[in-house]
Design a protein. Structure first.
Length: 570
């Protein structure tokens, strides 16, 4: 389809175009392939047809393709390019070049070519352009690290495919309420679950996404127990056997004050967690020629130095990466000073575990706005990874995650509102206006306090006409989004869409109560509509109908408002 010049200049780091265009005959870009990327021509899986592009592969070594197509495509290896970075050159003579230092870079370069292609009737159009693009962070991805019902394997497989299409490269398997991740960490996975993990790993390989296996033994690990370490190694060995090379040891959300023999053996929790992680590192090093190990400390948030951090800094193996979430579990901002300070306190590469858009502490809410408040220079401040912790509702998480993918790739240029616009348009297509309006009713109150000023202003003015229009739009948006072709979204967001419809009905009841003379049974209708709102067990962040009732002097039972969550900070 092609994208606008504005979007190109935003989504690609350096975009050099002089306004010229390459026009090729035919309803498809048909490329004769040559490769200087690898002598073994290891490009399998990167050149699948699609997006209006067909790759004409040689019949065999030294055998030319009879059909020359309408363009030449050259793949080149360039070791000077950053990992996952690429250079795409679209020349006037229908010569296309994608250079990279890794297979992922080739993949991203080819995807950029597809994005820039516009097909109109029997013509292919491409800008004559050079794109030089590379990520701000080497590791970019998703950590399934929330509490509550874990995702299904179908959701995880879709997450991997989504990541592959949004320049993310790491899926971290860490569901808090998977018993084999925490409580039963010593126990091997049942065959069906292990088969699911294996299939997920294979899907990651297919889309060039690194699969990270995470385990959390910190609640009851005995540091002097040979049996415990043997069980831990067996769990890791099972993953190594199916090709896993990336791991994380998570010591978060545990009572980390040492007691009993653990205290006598290692005295302090920081020293203990460094000891355990180093044991795991040594085991992995004995099994694998190369691997990645990250650890999440118990003090994964805060902005001051501690004895715990000192022990991690001085005793943890230097190759181990360390997670943190910012200065708070849900950090409204992650600025330069806190980033620099914690990099020095921990003394290791920091990986930002960003609790956006996770809603496990707000299960009655959806968070559908962009990530905000992250330093544009985080990648220059000792941070080599950003991973987002999504909501239990995977499909709904995509709206925020797409904005996260923009930040992860180019934090220096990231613009939250523009990314939000692009994300909603990608997600909802022709219903983008309705989706944006619905998203604007569901802002992340943990991270952002600037929401709903138009609603507040209208309530302050007692502008009933504006409010009538607002609630009518809310009802229409909910109705149209409920019929979205994306059935997964309609299922996940269904309670909130129904709540939006119920809020619109409550507003109509409030209007009737405010009418003069008051209509019969108007008060009873308001209470009935309020009960319907509460019956869905969810709420909109804007909470419009209840705010309207309060602002206009319509009294509602306090116990109903509190149970609805209106007494909490919005």
């Amino acid at each position: 389809m092609g994208i606008s010049l504005r979007d190109c200049q935003y989504l690609f780091r350096d975009y050099y175009a002089g306004g010229e265009e390459l026009v090729l005959e035919g309803p498809q870009l048909r490329c004769e392939l040559a490769s200087r990327y690898a002598m073994n021509q290891d490009v399998q899986g990167l050149l699948e047809d699609g997006g209006g592009i067909q790759i004409l592969k040689p019949a065999g070594p030294g055998v030319a393709t009879a059909d020359k197509g309408n363009a030449e495509l050259m793949l080149e290896y360039d070791g000077s390019l950053a990992a996952d970075g690429y250079r795409l050159v679209i020349g006037k003579e229908a010569k296309l070049v994608v250079a990279a230092s890794s297979r992922r870079g080739l993949k991203y370069g080819l995807e950029a070519l597809k994005q820039l292609l516009t097909i109109e009737g029997d013509c292919c159009r491409l800008p004559v352009v050079t794109v030089e693009d590379e990520p701000s962070f080497p590791v970019r991805g998703i950590i399934e690290g929330f509490y509550g019902t874990p995702w299904s394997f179908a959701d995880r497989m879709d997450a991997v495919r989504y990541m592959g299409g949004h320049r993310m490269n790491a899926f971290m398997y860490a569901p808090k309420d998977d018993p084999y991740h925490r409580e039963l960490w010593r126990e091997p996975y049942p065959d069906d679950i292990f088969a699911g993990i294996h299939e997920l790993k294979q899907e990651c390989d297919k889309h060039l996404v690194d699969f990270y296996y995470c385990i959390s033994p910190g609640n009851d690990l005995e540091f002097r127990s040979k049996e415990d370490f043997s069980r831990l190694e067996e769990k890791l060995a099972a993953m190594i056997a199916v090709g896993v090379r990336h791991f994380a040891l998570l010591m978060d959300d545990i009572d980390y004050v040492l007691t009993g023999d653990n205290r006598q053996f290692l005295e302090r929790s920081g020293a203990a967690h460094a000891y355990v992680t180093n044991r795991v590192y040594d085991y992995l090093a004995s099994c694998l020629p190369s691997f990645t190990l990250a650890m999440c400390p118990s003090e994964y948030w805060s902005y001051w130095n501690t004895e715990y951090k000192k022990d991690i800094r001085e005793q943890l193996h230097p190759n181990v990466k360390v997670f943190w979430t910012g200065y708070f579990v849900f950090a409204p901002e992650i600025g330069r000073k806190h980033a620099e300070d914690n990099r020095s306190y921990y003394g290791h590469e920091l990986w930002l575990w960003d609790n956006v858009p996770v809603n496990d502490c707000d299960k009655d809410r959806l968070f559908l706005d962009p990530v905000r408040g992250r330093s544009s220079r985080l990648g220059q401040l000792g941070h080599t990874a950003v991973v987002a912790n999504p909501m239990n509702q995977w499909e709904c998480s995509k709206i925020t995650l797409t904005t996260m993918s923009h930040y992860m790739w180019n934090s220096e240029r990231y613009m939250p509102e523009l990314s939000w616009e692009l994300s909603v348009r990608e997600f909802a297509g022709e219903l983008a206006d309705e989706m944006m309006f619905f998203c604007q009713q569901n802002l992340n109150s943990r991270l952002y306090s600037g929401g709903y000023p138009e609603l507040e202003d209208a309530l302050a003015r007692r502008d009933l006409a504006w409010l009538d229009s607002y609630f009518s739009r809310l009802e229409q948006a909910a109705e149209r989004l409920g019929g979205l072709s994306n059935a997964k979204f309609a299922e996940e967001a269904g309670p909130w869409l129904r709540r939006a419809t119920a809020d619109a009905a409550l507003w109509q009841a409030i209007r009737r109560q405010l009418a003069k003379p008051r209509q019969p049974k108007a008060r009873e209708e308001v209470l009935q509509c309020l009960a319907t709102c509460r019956s869905y067990g969810v709420r909109l962040g804007s909470d419009p109908a209840i705010r309207a009732a309060e602002a206009l002097g319509v009294k509602l039972p306090e116990e109903l408002k509190k149970e609805d969550g209106h007494d909490e900070a919005q």
